[in-house]
Design a protein around this ligand. Structure first.
Ligand code: AMP
Ligand code: GLY
Length: 442
């Protein structure tokens, strides 16, 4: 079959890497892709938001399945568009009503309350009831969590210590700080705990598979300090997300989510991303996303042994049945190399060198897989083109001790991080450190 994957980040590189290994695939197209995705298929200069142009390409190239990597086209209704315009096209990604789980935090919170899914206590406000918003803030303990209702490119969540500042920010948000996205603001209780990301592939008819669990590192600075980023690294599995914890996640969160969507008449065929936090051993939902995580995908793909294309096809056909999803027991980590200055302003067009040092010796396997994110090929030269540049993903050794397994994977990614060069290169040197400490009981 022929596949078209939409997106251009590290997530799409990892998806393309995995998809290209499937015997079911004849041709893989990536739109628009990046400087590395050409290794797995053919890059196509198309905007994922230009549905008619995507449709024309699909028809002309006999594409059988569309995999939507990022949330924007889903929230804009790409799945609904193709269900109408090209019903025979298989689409991996929810219809617009399902994408609201990410597209509207207010909707997501209502959905959780309706389905008894554990989440922080909350209320939503608009400018008309800002005074009530102030009173609700006063009823909470600091820090205060303010969330723009709509998509805000990962910047719409503010966590603030002072009540006065929280009130000012509430007013600023409701007055258009994130445009229409913050016309409604969700205020919620602050939860304290360790976070992890759980991914579910669902077929819209009650069938689902839980993918390997991962933890990402969002802040730019070591020790989880400084500004939020798209993600600076990831580790899978997550030692604290053991069988007991995952059983709770499945019973209290995954099943009610899948069933709640069906009860709402939403035909959700695609990935659900559960942003979870463990509070005193109990999982609670911080957020839903309607796509895979980035950079979590750069470790999750390493750990799925089964044919992902067969699984996605079954999900898109509405029948996952009893198709197995086998998981590689090894640990996988990824370390993100970013442009100096990110997540603030940063230069682009820096030449990237040293990737050839990561190629496997003849007949051998690569120690580290470089998943390109913000890269572009120009006249045969590989240049930086974004904040997050390359995710260096490695497997660890099969070791009984979780901390040692993480350490062995990290030593490979950090070794690679020393070899790949570009001006201004920055990466966090403490990825996985918290998990290693937790795993070894420190
Ligand atoms: P989001 O943009 O929804 O992923 O939120 C960004 C980050 O804010 C999350 O990954 C959490 O670290 C943090 N966060 C969001 N909601 C809460 C909450 N209720 N309590 C504590 N931290 C939160
Ligand atoms: N890594 C978090 C996200 O993809 O939203």
């Amino acid at each position: 079959m022929n596949l078209l994957l939409l997106g251009s980040g590290g997530r799409e590189s990892a998806l393309a890497w995995k998809i290209a290994q499937s015997p079911l695939v004849d041709q893989l197209f990536i739109a628009p892709g990046n400087g590395g995705t050409g290794a797995y298929g053919t890059n196509v200069a198309l905007s994922p938001l230009d549905f008619p142009a995507v449709g024309k390409f699909v028809t002309e190239n006999a594409v059988d399945m569309l995999v939507v990597g990022n949330e924007d086209p889903l929230v804009a209704g790409i799945t609904d568009y193709f269900r109408q315009a090209l019903p025979s096209l298989l689409v991996v990604g929810p219809e617009k009503a399902g994408a609201m789980l990410e597209g509207s935090k207010d909707f997501a919170k209502q959905f959780m309350v309706e389905n008894n899914i554990p989440t922080a206590r909350y209320r939503s406000f608009t400018l008309a009831d800002i005074e009530e918003g102030y009173r609700f803030l006063e009823s909470l303990k600091p820090p205060y969590v303010l969330k723009a209702d709509g998509l805000a490119a990962g910047k719409g969540v503010l966590i603030i210590d002072s009540i006065e500042e929280a009130k000012q920010e509430l007013k600023a948000m409701l007055s258009g700080m994130f445009g229409a996205s913050s016309a409604t603001v969700v205020i919620e209780e602050f939860l304290k705990g360790v976070e992890c990301s759980v991914f579910v592939l669902t077929d819209g008819h009650g069938g689902y598979r839980i993918l390997p669990v991962a933890k990402d590192y969002k802040r730019i600075g070591e020790g989880d300090t400084g500004l939020n980023t798209g993600g600076m690294g990831a580790v899978s599995p997550v030692p604290f997300a053991d069988e007991v914890f995952m059983h709770k996640v499945e019973e209290r969160i995954v099943q009610p989510t899948v069933n709640g969507l069906i009860a709402r008449g939403i035909d959700y065929r695609g990935f659900i991303f559960l942003g979870l936090i463990e509070v005193d051993g109990e999982p609670m939902v911080i957020e839903y996303n309607v796509r895979m995580g980035d950079p979590e995908t750069e470790v999750v793909m390493l750990r799925i042994e089964s044919d992902l294309v067969a699984l996605m096809k079954a999900a898109a056909e509405g029948n996952l049945g009893d198709m197995p999803m086998d998981i590689d027991p090894r640990t996988a980590v990824t370390v993100m190399l970013v442009s100096g200055g990110y997540p603030g302003s940063y230069p682009k067009g820096m030449e990237i060198t040293g990737l050839e040092a990561l190629l496997p010796a003849a007949g051998g396997k690569a120690e580290t897989i470089p998943f390109h994110a913000g890269t572009a090929l120009k006249d045969g030269r590989l240049l930086t083109s974004g904040g997050r540049v390359i995710a260096l993903s490695s497997y660890g050794d099969m070791l009984p001790d979780a901390a040692e397994a993480i350490a062995s994977a990290l030593s490979r990614s950090y070794d690679a991080a020393g070899k790949v060069c570009f001006d201004g290169k920055y990466f966090r040197r403490d990825i996985g450190r918290d998990l290693m400490a937790l795993a070894s009981g420190r």
